[in-house]
Design a protein around this ligand. Structure first.
Ligand code: GDP
Ligand code: IMO
Ligand code: MG
Length: 442
């Protein structure tokens, strides 16, 4: 059964949405299996730009079914707005979007908790979440007592569940913030969510059963990761992470598809690094170079609009996440953003306490101390945005791509030189055969 995963290997925003949209043409199912409205995936089709937070990036195809599976946390007003916006732009959402009844709901208290807790300094820094209630919602899921799932909205005890949970959450909010004055109104919340339940009903389904049938039928499934592997709750730069398994290890758990069904993993990377929010970032360039990358890459958050922190490519980090995620090939994005630079640096190792280190550290203090050891490569200083065959890339761009591949230990299967679908080259033979090896053939 051909199950392909698209996983971000850095701190998110690697352009997963662009790749998923392109790959969807060859898939029957596209699956978002973790994260929530903290994600912001951009798809550019000619003059049209779509920013998707909840709905899988396969939705622009009219053929594929798009699933939101149990590992996701769902914000109903956000997804309803997204459905409305896509529908008004003539994208057929209706029967192409299915949401698992096992998905957990983000409720008003999660947003409040996120706002209050996000002021806290953790390990010397502020986590700087997207304020979408992600951490508090996952905490309730794991804690179970106060969790509410999509399927609960259609049960006779839904009102009682909301009343009981609202009372508990009111106490909790008062205890974590003594100045907390807002009164949560259980009746209003119940009414509001009952309204959402009605609107979402046509999309709610047992996606687990559907996917297991799809597996039995040898259907083609594409898994769309959200965030990036360095933000993984277990394997990322904890505590400066998100609250789900955003590396390759999360696919099976979040979707309900057995791991053995995953036959191909594509790791998406930018040709440099970015990070939004707090946390150690060894190769950060908080200087003119960083600003140059931010300007050319338009590095501002899709979800929050925050300027992204920018820096050089970190091969220590990506080698780690590529191995962790079982990556078969890399999809190297944003090569065009580096086109004006005379020289480009790649971090090949860290120096920590006088030692050369190539294993990614587990503690944020070690990562904070890590001094990157750089290798310098010559830039190409040529516009690459119209190049549609890898062999036509400037020699120095090819050398840069090859060096990244060598350091990470995986081949580059896709290269991207701009946001548009057409600005993509498939180097991997199988992908080239399926999608055409150059933009001009699409
Ligand atoms: P995602 O969260 O991984 O889907 O990525 P985002 O959508 O948050 O951020 C990626 C941004 O880069 C979007 O604005 C894309 O339109 C844009 N983009 C994608 N590929 C390229 C590329 O090769 N070059 C440039 N300059 N921009 C790109
Ligand atoms: P996509 O899918 C980049 C970051 C936040 C913060 C940390 C925790 O578009 O790549 P959270 O709200 O999840 O509790 O925030 O994770 N973060 C992302 N950064 N891209 C994302 O998603 C992100 N989703 C969360 O900035 O540092
Ligand atoms: Mg994004």
């Amino acid at each position: 059964m051909p199950g392909t995963c698209v996983i971000g290997l850095q701190w998110g925003d690697e352009a997963k949405g662009k790749l998923v949209d392109l790959l969807t043409a060859d898939f029957d199912w596209v699956v978002r299996y973790q994260g929530g409205a903290n994600a912001g995936h951009t798809v550019v089709v000619g003059e049209d730009t779509y920013k998707l937070h909840h709905i899988p990036s396969g939705i622009l195809s009219t053929e594929a079914k798009n699933l939101i599976t149990p590992g996701v946390v769902l914000n109903p007003p956000t997804i309803l707005k997204e459905i409305e916006s896509l529908t008004s732009r003539n994208i057929r959402v209706a029967e192409n979007l299915l949401i698992s009844d096992r998905v957990h709901l983000v409720l008003p208290w999660h947003l409040e908790e996120d706002r209050i807790l996000n002021k806290a300094v953790v390990d010397g820094e502020n986590i700087g979440t997207t304020l979408r209630g992600i951490g508090p919602c996952y905490r309730d899921k794991v804690g179970r007592t106060y969790a509410v799932r999509v399927g609960d909205m259609y049960r006779p005890d839904f009102r009682e569940k909301i009343e009981r949970t609202t009372a508990a959450k009111q106490n909790l909010l008062g205890s974590i913030d003594p100045s907390y004055a807002l009164q949560l109104n259980a009746d209003e919340i119940y009414q509001e969510y009952s309204g959402y339940a009605e609107k979402l009903k046509p999309h709610v389904a047992d996606t687990t059963a559907m996917l297991l049938d799809a597996v039995d039928a040898d259907a083609r499934i594409l898994f769309e990761g959200a965030q990036g592997a360095l933000l993984d709750i277990d394997h990322g730069t904890f505590p400066f992470v998100t609250s789900s398994n955003s590396s390759g290890v999360g696919v099976a758990a979040g979707s309900g598809v057995p791991p053995r069904c995953i036959t191909r993993v594509i790791g998406v990377i930018k040709a440099y690094s970015t990070r939004v929010g707090g946390g150690p970032f060894p190769t950060e360039q908080d200087n003119e170079t960083g600003q140059h990358i931010r300007d050319l890459g338009n590095e501002y958050g899709t979800t929050t609009g925050r300027p992204r922190r920018c820096g050089w490519f970190d091969a220590v980090a990506v080698r780690y996440t590529a191995r962790l995620s079982g990556v078969d090939m890399l999809s190297l994005m944003m090569l065009d953003v580096l086109s004006e630079l005379e020289e480009i640096q790649i971090c090949v190792a860290y120096e920590i306490n006088g030692q050369r280190v190539t294993d990614f550290p587990s503690h944020p203090d070690d990562l904070r101390q890590a001094k990157p050891i750089y290798e310098t490569l010559a830039g190409w200083q040529t516009d690459v945005t119209k190049i549609d065959r890898a062999e036509d890339l400037p020699e120095n761009a090819i050398a840069y791509m090859n060096r990244i591949s060598e350091l990470v230990g995986r081949p580059v299967g896709v290269a991207s030189v701009g946001p548009d679908r057409a600005q993509t080259m498939f180097l991997d033979e199988e992908l080239a055969q399926t999608y055409g090896n150059s933009a001009s053939s699409r």
